[in-house]
Write a protein that binds this ligand. Sequence first.
Ligand code: SF4
Ligand code: SF4
Length: 195
Amino acid sequence: MKTAAAPPTRQDGAVPDREALHAIQKKIQACIQCGTCTASCPNEFAMDLTPRRLWRMVLMGETDAIFTSQTFTLCSACYSCTLRCPRGLPLTEAMHDLKQMAFRGHMSRYKPSTAFYGHFMNTIRRHGRIRETEFISRYFLTMTPSKPMLPLSYTGLGFKLFRKGKMAIEYPFAAPGKRSLEKIFQKVESMEASA
Ligand code: SF4
Ligand code: SF4
């Protein structure tokens, strides 16, 4: 059985209280702890709490255990668990809700994930596609004040990607092009704000 990696901490004062979990608890309250979600998840090997255990923690209102875990940040929204859950629960959506809570709370332990997702989506918003050089440059700019050696740790991977043609050499801070998705993103934001 897997265990959470580290004891809970409230050092950034942003761990949500139990009440904040009510909406997610309602979504998954019919969980029977069968473990099908865990068995279906392609990322389970890297998670500190299995999906089944995470849902148990949510139902019990264990916010410290939930927001110490990296499990929901590793969900790649593949929908396997949602499709296979025998109770038909919206598990991918619930994972997304947990991400939103952590990110909106500016919890320091999730800063790398927040910065990664944020710059990935902003690059798509500006250009209508992923521009790897811009995305990774902006991510490094956000992260290097606290982790100055981070870009060096990616050097080997960067060379491999360039060699295999998986990463183009582009000016990292180009202006948004004709394919910008700005209007679509704005529309979604206004719909979310009024929901
Ligand atoms: S597959 Fe559904 S019912 Fe089974 S443990 Fe996961 S969430 Fe619960
Ligand atoms: S949607 Fe997320 S939690 Fe569910 S199986 Fe895919 S990666 Fe795992």
